[in-house]
Design a protein around this ligand. Sequence first.
Ligand code: PEP
Ligand code: MN
Length: 458
Amino acid sequence: MAGRSSGRGTITSYVVSALNLDTWRDLPAAQQPEWPDRGALDDVVTELRGLPPLVFAGECDRLKDELAAVARGEAFVLQGGDCAETFAGATADNVRNKIKTLLQMAIVLTYAGRVPVVKIGRLAGQFAKPRSKNTETRDGVELPAYRGDMVNGFDFTEASRVPDPGRLLRAYHSSAVTLNLARAFTKGGYADLRQVHAWNQDFVAGSPAGQRYERLAREIDQALAFMSACGAEPAEFHTVEFYSSHEALILDYDHAMTRIDSRTGLPYDVSAHMVWIGERTRQLDHAHVEFFSKIRNPIGVKLGPTTTADEALTLVEKLNPSNEPGRLTFISRMGAGKVRDALPPLVEKVTASGAVVTWICDPMHGNTFEASGGFKTRRLDDVLDEVTGFFEVHRALGTHPGGIHIEFTGDDVTECVGGGHQILEEDLALRYETACDPRLNRSQSLDLAFRVAELYRG
Ligand code: PEP
Ligand code: MN
């Protein structure tokens, strides 16, 4: 593979080129807003550059080490949150419920997998959305599409849909508030393992599918009781490492949030611990891949069913030329009907090249369909089937199914169908609240965790 040399010359030239963070500007960039006023954008970018980092480079490095452990098969990733966060959604209740649900899922997966679960929120920065169509039409009226609270407003009015650069600043502050809450919830005692387990016991007792999960919940209970009886009281029982991530879509924002780390002299996008490139912006010769090649965070790339093995290899060469473990995560999002055919050639060829990649599965984005009432939805059964296929593919190839990336919320919304509470297509109108794609609700997320735990146990 090109550029793997660790000779002095290579490192020197890498550092020099890494410091030119503007090379993406010469390349086409998909999915960028048409800001009406460049001057206003420049003012916002200048202000963002002067604001404190939301995360520290050392934290990004720690996550990179944890993702390297995932690539070795020694840990599992649980990454999730809203499809699109909103400014109005940055409330204590909302953030707490998401974190609570993620922790509940993590405990089940930790026990079943017998490995640490790396917890990454799709949170504190997930404010921009790529769209398949530039406009939206309702009752014969056509307006620019909603592109996330970081860009324009959700309201279907002409004024609200105009991109407003001031929203980049609001996204920064909303991310700061959310991350502050997330840090408080995960470090301040709220995440106590026994408390999280007690919530799971409540879920099992109240779920129509609960019987199926009782054995696993009882085993976890016994394991915790055994450790208490031994007097074991590790710090890990009380606090949790929690990381933030988002799709770094709006390059003006993520570029403005990139700082040179004083320890290493290298650039990090300090708006989140991990950032990823979406399916619609992963063109090899476009701006997103170029920008991501310069930052030193752990990064992800979504891979849909049309991805070729050669594209995957080129992404590896561009984004991780020194083959640093934990640097690059491929997030496959094939669809339940395609994962068993589309994923194996990618995993095989990347593995044969010697590249170290962390593989995780997004079982949401390949399984979206429009329900009879016009709502965009997903079936929990399809989500489960894609995760099952992902495990099958990796087991057959001897590689590690490294984790899942999901869209979920901690509230009782009705956006996806199925699950223990049997949400039907005709129920979707009851609480359909998402600003973009349909999310698993709290109980569907826990259903998913128990079912993935079963997969883990074979
Ligand atoms: C998303 O994660 O919300 C998304 C748009 O996914 P993808 O890039 O995989 O289509
Ligand atoms: Mn989505």
